[in-house]
Design a protein. Structure first.
Length: 255
């Protein structure tokens, strides 16, 4: 009898429904109160007169700076006026590959001999643009690759320019800004680059290294002829940048 009573008590305990404690829902935090990552502009203290005017909101368009001919000495000015800026790193370095060939890397490593031994320096080459007519290039060097890339991007912002786009191909004549208005050439070192406007739909008929600067500049169709040691990518991109910079120079001469 005692065993039967124990079994009945166990069955009754299993059948009992245990009360589950109710967990109160956490309050929903509005998006305005959510913490955001601090940006560079939050700690920016302008040092130049141009920087103070941009910081105070007196200048709201970067084209105003280009028309006035004033020089940009603070990269935060570009960050403030062009928030949608994009950047690319050119593969200027190289190392031995698995098959014996050279493998391209974004950082160039150079070594110098000192009494204490070898000291290595990292160099990077950055291209920035907003894909709508703004472009800039620069080289940066540091002891660490991350610092070299960051320095190259900051310097490229100081060399940003507005390029002239158009449709200079006699095969197209659509009037849209998908190419350049006329044929132009530029030079850097032993490399000479000749840019030829292409009709709509042709695309960028060039190597992968040059496509980066054209895409960030907002140019969709282009033919290019290059001469010299084009394996030196810094000179190649600098020659293209020199050609794009001359588009407004020829416009002033024609006026």
């Amino acid at each position: 009898m005692a065993e039967e009573e124990k079994e009945k008590n166990e069955v009754e305990e299993i059948k009992e429904v245990k009360e589950v404690p109710v967990v109160e829902e956490l309050p929903v935090v509005p998006e305005e109160i959510k913490e955001t990552k601090p940006s560079v502009l939050d700690y920016w203290k302008p040092k130049t007169l141009l920087g103070k005017e941009v910081f105070e909101g007196k200048i709201t368009d970067i084209d105003e700076i280009f028309k006035s001919g004033r020089k940009i000495l603070e990269p935060e000015i570009v960050d403030k006026l062009v928030p949608n800026l994009k950047s690319e790193i050119s593969l200027i370095g190289g190392r031995a590959g698995k098959g014996g060939g050279a493998q391209r890397i974004p950082v160039k490593i150079t070594a110098t001999m000192h009494r204490s031994g070898r000291r290595f320096t990292m160099s990077a080459f950055a291209i920035i643009g907003n894909e709508d007519g703004l472009i800039g290039i620069a080289k940066g060097s540091a002891l660490e690759s991350r610092d070299a890339i960051a320095k190259a991007i900051q310097r490229a912002k100081l060399k940003i320019i507005r390029i002239r786009r158009g449709c200079g191909s006699w095969e197209c004549d659509c009037g849209e800004e998908h190419s350049i208005p006329f044929k132009i050439s530029g030079k850097s070192g032993s490399v000479k680059a000749q840019l030829i406007p292409a009709p709509k739909g042709v695309g960028l008929v060039t190597d992968d290294a040059s496509k980066k600067i054209f895409k960030l500049a907002g140019i969709k169709d282009m033919w290019i002829k290059t001469f010299g040691n084009t394996s030196a990518r810094i000179n190649l991109i600098s020659a293209i940048y020199d050609a794009l910079k001359k588009l407004y120079v020829y416009e002033k001469v024609m006026e």
